[in-house]
Ligand binder design. Structure first.
Ligand code: 5GP
Ligand code: MG
Ligand code: MG
Length: 183
């Protein structure tokens, strides 16, 4: 599948490359204002957050450390259950550290809510969340998210790290999938 085919599989582009980069620049400025003296540890959740992490951290005006977790959510298909298993844990001891979780999207919020309480139990100095996308209508638990790129309607989106069956993560835009792709 070439780039043109990948673009043709979209029904609608929600955010262009320029819009995403501009918003990440604003978030990076806010984050830096809050963390410049705190030696922040950025924690990404694999795999979806790879692209936002790469661009967000390079938009920061100073250096920051990075680490990764991989989790799997028990439950069938696309629905998240809130019961989570750690597939890859952090390499970093976060005791006393200021942690900023970097996410691609918050849907039900169940996965992230579990990750946050897991990290909280390790006695960090603080844990906050930054997500590029959030679906307020899909929320099943309330989570306090300090930095949000864009709130979006409750639709399945791909691109900019987000996949459908492991594809489309490398699209530079975020969009909804055309029905011919999944039906
Ligand atoms: P939650 O636990 O918030 O329901 O789901 C979190 C994970 O589900 C996200 O990190 C992401 O991997 C996946 N997810 C949720 N909504 C979407 C979506 O619209 N598109 C894609 N590609 N993945 C999604
Ligand atoms: Mg994610
Ligand atoms: Mg996925």
């Amino acid at each position: 599948m070439d780039a043109e085919d990948m673009g043709a599989d979209l029904e609608q582009v929600l955010f262009s490359e320029e819009q995403i980069q501009a918003r990440l620049g604003e978030l990076a400025a806010d984050i830096w204002a809050d963390y410049q003296d705190k030696n922040v540890l950025l924690v990404g959740v694999l795999k979806g957050a790879v692209v936002v992490m790469a661009d967000l951290m390079r938009a920061l005006p100073g250096t920051a450390e990075m680490d990764w977790m991989a989790v799997s959510s028990y439950g069938s298909g696309t629905k998240s259950s809130g019961v989570v298993r750690i597939l890859k844990d952090l390499d970093t001891d976060i005791t006393g550290r200021h942690v900023l979780i970097v996410e691609d999207i918050i849907d039900s919020g169940l996965t992230l809510s579990w990750i946050r309480s897991n990290l909280d139990s390790r006695h960090p100095a603080s844990v906050e969340i930054c997500t590029l996308l959030r679906k307020p209508e899909a929320a099943k638990v309330e989570i306090d998210v300090r930095y949000v790129g864009f709130d979006i309607p409750n639709a399945f989106v791909v691109g900019y790290g987000l996949d459908f069956a492991e594809k489309y993560r490398n699209l530079r835009v975020v969009g909804t999938l055309a029905p011919h792709v999944y039906s």
